[in-house]
Structures are given as C-alpha cells and as structure tokens.
Design a protein around this ligand. Structure first.
Ligand SMILES: [Fe+2]
Length: 269
C-alpha cells in the first residue's frame, strides 16, 4: 500500500493561493453541488482512484483557511499512523494479505484516531440554516483518508451533524464501521417493507466512541443516524470500498414506512 504522495508530501505552504481555490472546479463530479473553495488534490488523486468515483463525491464542505489546515493536518497524521501500522503489521505478519491489513486497521480505528490526535473541531455541517429545506440532511462529510490498498480499498470519512440533522434511511453495499467521536448519535434500525420503504425496528443511543459494525452484508442493514442533542455531533466511518466503478458506500435510500402498530426496541439509556 502506497500512502498517496498528495497527503504525505504536502504542507501548508503547498496549499494553493486563494485565487486557485476560487478558480477550482471538478469536472466529473458532484451530483449535488457543494461550494469548493479549496483545491482538492487529495480527493482527485487518491480516492478518485479507489475505483469509486461515486464515493468521492460531495465530501468537502467549504472550510475557512484555518479550519482547512486543521483538516489537512488530520489527514496527514492519520496517513502517518496508518503507514506506521502498515510497516509493523507486515513485519509481524509477513504472509498477511492487504485484506488482512484492512481488517486490522478497521479493528484499530479507535487507536488510529487517538494516536493521530484526530481533531474534530474544524468541521461544520453543510447547511446551517434550520429553515432551509435541505437542513435535515445537510450534515457535513469530510474525507479523512483513502487508499486502494492493493485491491482491498478503504476510506475513512467524518460526518458532522448540527442539532436535528440526520442521514436518510439507507443501507450499504459494502462493509463499514461507524464510531461516534463527538457528542451523541441516535441510530435507528429498520426493516424493508418494500423496495422503497422501511419500518423502524430499533432505536439506540450511541455515546462517545461507541462503535457499530456492518460486516455481514447478507443481513439487512437499513439504518439512519441522527443528532438529537442540542450540541453538535460527529462520527467517523470506515468503508470497505470494494466494488467496481459504479459502487458506492450507500446502496439504497428508503422512505419511512408507517409503523402500523409494529413495536420498536428502544435502547436510549
Ligand atoms: Fe450507514
């Protein structure tokens, strides 16, 4: 696994001029337009080559320069920690596979973030005005790391939720792990009642460093994450980016079906 040079070799002096940021455009991206004020060589050169254009879309919410630099240093420290673990892992396990290393990293996600001194402070949500129609799903997404890992690709993302914001109901075509790193998150689980609708089955309150894994893709994994607190919340997601060029981290977006008296398990302590 080669750590992308665009993250290991950059420093703030290599950040582009403001004029470059303003002129930046991404020609083959963006189903939904998000303002980009900074050039994104990391996305274009690295995740773009994860065989997964779709997953690289819509990551960055515009940050001011100071916040962007903090984000940039998060990327660099995480890359350095992963590189260090890679060397140690293959020294201790010389016949291990890239898939084995990816599993090891996923299982070590908390330690990686701690060792990298991950700083969630610079991040913001995409839509900040609660009166905006897009506010509820206007949470921020940021790419923290991406690697093709010799055919066992993966990426790390950070999601930032303002109070009241949530993901749509969705499921995943790829294995993934989520970890709460700021505030609290309420996770709802659903069962599909049709190809487009799903009914709630369980609600769980997730505290700091609570981890949830979706590794068995033969089981239903429809869920949503919501920040029901009055302060901001955030979670880090580790996605196994297997698949062809059309694959992506989310498989289907569902609508909420009426409960019709079906009970919901609540774990809100
Ligand atoms: Fe998810």
């Amino acid at each position: 696994m080669a750590i992308p040079q665009s993250i290991t070799n950059r420093n703030p002096s290599q950040l582009h001029s403001d004029q470059d940021f303003l002129n930046h455009s991404e020609s083959n991206s963006l189903e939904i337009s998000i303002p980009h004020i900074y050039s994104r060589p990391f996305i274009q050169h690295d995740v773009w080559q994860l065989k997964n254009n779709a997953a690289a879309r819509n990551y960055e919410v515009a940050l001011d320069r100071s916040s962007y630099e903090t984000h940039f240093y998060n990327q660099q420290r995480i890359a350095a920690v992963i590189k260090g673990r890679q060397e140690k892992f293959f020294m201790e396990h010389p016949v291990a596979t890239p898939a084995g290393f990816r599993k090891f990293l996923e299982a070590s996600l908390e330690k990686i973030l701690t060792e990298a001194e991950f700083d969630a402070s610079p991040y913001v949500c995409k839509i900040t005005d609660p009166s905006d129609n897009g506010f509820i799903h206007g949470y921020g997404k940021y790419l923290l790391y991406g690697d093709d890992n010799e055919g066992a690709p993966f990426c790390l993302q950070y999601f930032h939720f303002a109070p009241g914001q949530k993901t749509p109901l969705h499921d995943h075509p790829v294995a993934c792990v989520s970890l709460v790193v700021k505030g609290q998150i309420v996770e709802r689980h659903y069962q599909a009642v049709s190809a487009t609708e799903a009914r709630k089955t369980q609600i769980t309150l997730r505290d700091y460093f609570d981890r949830k894994s979706i590794l068995d893709l033969s089981a239903t994994n429809i869920h949503s994450l919501k920040n029901k607190q009055t302060s901001h919340a955030g979670s880090v997601h580790f996605y196994y980016m297997d698949g062809d060029v059309t694959s992506r981290a989310v498989k289907t977006i569902y609508l909420k079906a009426p409960q019709n008296g079906f009970s919901v398990i609540r774990n809100l302590q």
